[in-house]
Design a binder for this molecule. Structure first.
Ligand SMILES: NC(=O)c1ccc[n+]([C@@H]2O[C@H](COP(=O)([O-])OP(=O)(O)OC[C@H]3O[C@@H](n4cnc5c(N)ncnc54)[C@H](OP(=O)(O)O)[C@@H]3O)[C@@H](O)[C@H]2O)c1
Length: 293
């Protein structure tokens, strides 16, 4: 059965890396989209009148009901600063009362075996509530390189990530958005499923540096910092929230153990498309690596 076009799809975190692409992919499938975040002005700037823009703040229960009105499918993401799984429970309980046909939660590769990241408990909570689900468990986003880690690339021609020599099967957030739209559009077919989706190849950061050098024409170097140097630099020099930096340290620790390197074909099986390569991504995002742009 194809998606129900009368009811709406709620996209949480619609201003974020994945949410913005989930919105675009759902609109391409002719779905009616309710785009949600804490900033309705930003939503209007990004999507104009192609979506219904609503305020949804997981920490403000009074915002839930207007976001959920006439919605029967949900893309759910956990904002990175909400570190406790419980931060999302009240919203999930409100969703439970809306006859939701499918909730697609942006989870994390390997979380079925790793109980530490909050995504593990959030998946379990969705299942316990009896809401039909399609968990999307992606590898690391290519957007980490063009986003949070682009500062040192732009300013110093350096990649400053404590991942040692480990490999990562980076995936483009646009591909994740497409996978999410696919399951939400064909909600019957994907009831109570989980997909681990990755990019086409596992790369170490020396290979990433080499590709960025080719694309930018500059010599980009991978610095391979220790955890302590990385933590100190990101907190003291970049001024980032220590609790956020600590989470990234834990993730890069896991990465060094090899947990981020698996390559799967589930994206292709789901969408019929090949996932984007890092080289193609770097070419498309060249301005993100250029201090003058
Ligand atoms: N980066 C990776 O490599 C990776 C890999 C696997 C899984 N993940 C998971 O992906 C998720 C992050 O996804 P992303 O990168 O697409 O997000 P993101 O770009 O960091 O954006 C966060 C979104 O959350 C919204 N938001 C912030 N505070 C909110 C609140 N109180 N209530 C409701 N919405 C709020 C923001 O919108 P406004 O600011 O407009 O409100 C924004 O749209 C995390 O759970 C992360 O663990 C990440």
């Amino acid at each position: 059965m194809r998606g129900n076009h009368k009811m709406k799809v709620l996209v949480t975190g619609a201003t974020g890396n994945v949410g913005q692409y989930a919105v675009e992919a759902l609109l391409s499938l002719d779905e009616t989209v309710v785009a949600a975040s804490t900033r309705t002005n930003k939503l209007k700037d990004m999507f104009g009148d192609r979506v219904e823009a609503v305020e949804l703040d997981f920490e403000k229960p009074h915002t839930y009901e207007s976001a959920l009105k006439d919605v029967d499918r949900i893309f759910l993401m956990r904002p990175p600063h909400l570190g406790k799984p419980e931060n999302l429970y009240a919203f999930l309980e409100a969703a439970k009362n809306h006859s939701i046909k499918l909730i697609s939660f942006l989870s994390l590769m390997g979380v079925e075996k790793n109980t530490i990241p909050p995504h593990h408990k959030i998946e379990k909570k969705i299942e316990e509530l009896g809401i039909p689900f399609a968990h999307i468990r992606p590898g690391f986003f290519m957007q980490n390189i063009s986003g949070i880690h682009a500062t040192e690339i732009k300013e110093k021609d350096e990649i400053f990530v404590p991942a040692g020599r480990s490999k990562t099967s980076f995936i483009d957030a646009a591909d994740i958005g497409l996978a999410i739209a696919t399951v939400l559009h064909d909600s019957e077919q994907h009831r109570n499923t989980a997909y681990t989706i990755t990019g086409p190849e596992a790369l170490d950061y020396y290979q990433i540096a080499e590709m960025l050098s080719q694309v930018t024409g500059r010599k980009i170097q991978y610095k391979k910092p220790s955890f302590l140097r990385y933590r100190h630099y990101y907190i003291k020099k970049r001024g980032l929230d220590p609790s956020y930096v600590n989470v990234t340290v834990a993730l890069y620790f896991m990465t060094r153990l090899g947990t981020a390197q698996a390559v799967t074909d589930e994206f292709f099986k789901l969408t019929g498309r090949k996932p984007r390569t890092f080289m193609a991504f770097a070419k498309d995002h060249i301005n993100d690596f250029d201090a003058q742009a």
